[in-house]
Write a protein of this length. Sequence first.
Length: 446
Amino acid sequence: MRYLPLTPSDRQQMLAAIGVDSIDALFAEVPKAAQRGGLVDLPLAQGELEVERALSRMAAKNLAAGSAPFFIGAGAYRHHVPAAVDHLIQRGEFLTSYTPYQPELAQGTLQSLFEFQTQVALLTGMEVANASLYDGATACAEAVAMAHRITRRNKAVLSGALHPHYREVCRTYAQFSGLDIAALDPRPAEAETLDIDSDTACVVVQNPDFFGELRDWSALTARCHRAGALLVVVVTEILSLGAVTPPGEMGADIVAAEGQSLGNALNFGGPHVGLFAAREQHVRQMPGRLVGQTADADGRRGWVLTLSTREQHIRREKATSNICTNSGLCALAFTIHLALLGEAGVTRLARLNHAAACSLADRLAGLPGIRLVNKSFFNEFSLRLPVPAAEIVAALAEKGVLAGIPASRFYPDRADLANLLLVAATETVTAEDVDNYERALREALR
């Protein structure tokens, strides 16, 4: 993006054209409490070389994921991405393509999205999947909105073990749509009392949950359906579905998931790719787009946008979402990685992740004062430490080990969670990494 400086005269002409006296007048609707007073604490002017040096010094303070034993998860996971994935998505016809507004002209894009939908439906055990959303958190919020449209009810019950970021995104969506969000308190590895009444549109749960616990939600599905509510299952670690029962087999009505684990590196927090699947009976209320397979006049296989219920395509009051893109390149990376693995490869990779986590849990839970909270887990679990987890994370970072995420980072006001540490182990963790972690943790606890 080019930097085009404006002179004071340029600014005055622009302000006069739109009918305001000052730039401050453009922010009149922003509450004073949300406005920043004064300048940001940055140098007023530096040359390009000086800026590069300053930013490099700042970046050097980071301990990057690939440069140290890495055990961080909580919704974003470090997995190996084959070089073939990046090579293929950088082909010009993929890298430069965007939303297929004229879908019949982008058969390659539509075919890749059709394959993506098929993969997501198979992984989740659901009947239909859309052509992706932004990320897992917004997919979760869209699932709540979809349940509201289907049931005509206004309350969504969120499990306490749902990722806190997903909870907040649901609340943000709800405040503009009149939905009532009933979010339960976080309860690591404990059973919850999920109250379902005649006003409940859906219950939202996660599996594995935020604390790593695996659960069978089949009984909850039956409860929801008896009450006329829907069950939404969230999956933040999509690789887990290579080893555990998929939500569809538990009777889930809607599945909202994060697809970052396949084909998409951590990349400083994004972009990610949202996965969304549902029962076919609810397809008309599904957000985003749906690519379908057809045949042309000569009988040749082709692809079309079978369903596109967003506000750019139909009347706004009939639209199911205003999703403006489909994270197409991230969805393609997901599809390529999954195609390279195949069914047997996904299963094997999932088993490697689970084995790595089991080995790590056995080693760490054997240390004095440390207790494994989980009864079951996939590749992430919670440890209760004898001291605040944030202190241990900071101490191990000084020793070159990224030990996990303290629950207090998400729940700073919950004293009962201060000693809880979330730890993840994927196929990238080596035996040496585990040795370093155990040794560093032992020393930090002395």
